[in-house]
Design a protein around this ligand. Structure first.
Ligand code: CP
Ligand code: NVA
Length: 317
């Protein structure tokens, strides 16, 4: 059987995405009942007897911990491999690594720079491959972002989400998955850092329900009437060389009270983290009452548990 990968989020039909978010909410409620000592809220054991390799070529706090905890809570085993810990570091091919891992584990998560390396691994693997972030996409993050919106507003369809800042991997995944979930995604970036036209086209093609994608250079225009304002770091992993230029270009794109004033009164503030308070987001906004950032970080766990169930359990039915 051809394994089901999760490389960009394109792999999910809109109704599957909606079902995944609903399942994530169920898993979140079950976990909190369990922690509160409720009977009948036993862990599902969906991954009992299964092992998942998690390969990290780049640092991570949220992704690594949420996956490790999530796999554990579903009854499986996670094997974390940091950069330099596999024979990839000594030149073993991606193909051979894919073939061997497919014999030993039941899924592989990868955080690396080049998206093409992930695609190569997926092309040779006979177990699901999950994107834990590449320079081009961060789809697991977008799942948690949509879950946070759904919790906050009771739906995703018809919401307006303004992403302000660098047109990077996080912006790309928000466009692709947000439009698919019926969200009106408005992206404001400096022209030099705008998302590529192919990605914008793909996101528009994937739109369902009230979903759409608009790109502008004006942060206030994007923020107008938004249910949520979202930003990410100005200097992503791998972009360190152009850091000064990025900071200059992005200075007008900070989320602060004056930008927030263009959004709805009940607008939530999102950030995938790690944050640089005072840079892409004002400190009082990050820690203020509109911030849903800490829910968003927690929601990585619940969304990814639902994803693992879908890829490993439901796909096998
Ligand atoms: N948001 C996110 O992916 O965080 P980490 O880099 O800590 O995993
Ligand atoms: N755009 C950021 C996201 C970090 C979670 C990066 O790629 O470094």
């Amino acid at each position: 059987m051809v394994p089901r990968h999760f490389l960009t989020g394109d792999e999910l039909e809109p109704q599957e995405l909606a079902a995944l978010l609903a399942r994530a909410q169920e898993l979140k409620a079950a976990r909190s009942a369990l922690l509160a000592g409720a009977t009948g809220a036993a862990p599902t054991g969906a991954l009992a007897g299964r092992s998942i390799a998690l390969i990290f070529d780049r640092p991570s706090t949220r992704t690594r911990i949420s996956f490790e905890v999530g796999v554990h809570e579903l009854g499986g085993q996670a094997i974390v491999l940091r950069e330099g810990e596999t024979q990839l570091a000594r030149g073993e091919s991606v193909r051979d690594t894919a073939l061997v891992l497919s014999r030993l584990v039941h899924a592989v998560g990868v955080r690396t720079g080049p998206h093409a390396a992930l695609e190569e691994l997926a092309a040779h693997a006979s177990v699901p491959i999950v994107n834990l972030l590449t320079a081009d996409h961060h789809p697991c993050q977008a799942l948690a972002d949509l879950l946070t919106l759904r919790e906050h507003f009771g739906r995703t369809d018809g919401l307006r989400l303004a992403y302000v800042g660098d047109g990077n991997n996080v912006a790309t995944s928000l466009m692709l998955l947000g439009a698919r979930a019926g969200v009106e995604v408005a992206v404001a970036t400096p022209e030099e850092l705008a998302p590529g036209s192919e990605i914008v086209r793909a996101a528009r093609e994937a739109a369902s329900g009230g979903g759409s994608v608009a790109v502008t250079t004006d942060p206030a225009e994007a923020a107008r009437g938004a249910h949520a304002l979202y930003t990410d770091v100005w200097v992503s992993m791998g972009d360190e060389q152009g850091a000064e230029r990025r900071r200059e270009l992005l200075a007008p794109y900070r989320i602060d009270d004056s930008l927030l004033a263009h959004a709805r009164d009940d607008a939530a503030v999102l950030h995938c983290l790690p944050a640089h308070p005072g840079e892409e987001i004002a400190e009082d906004v990050l820690y203020g009452e509109r911030s849903a950032v800490w829910d968003q970080a927690e929601n990585r766990l619940h969304a990814q548990k639902a994803l693992l169930e879908l890829l490993l359990v439901e796909s096998a039915r």
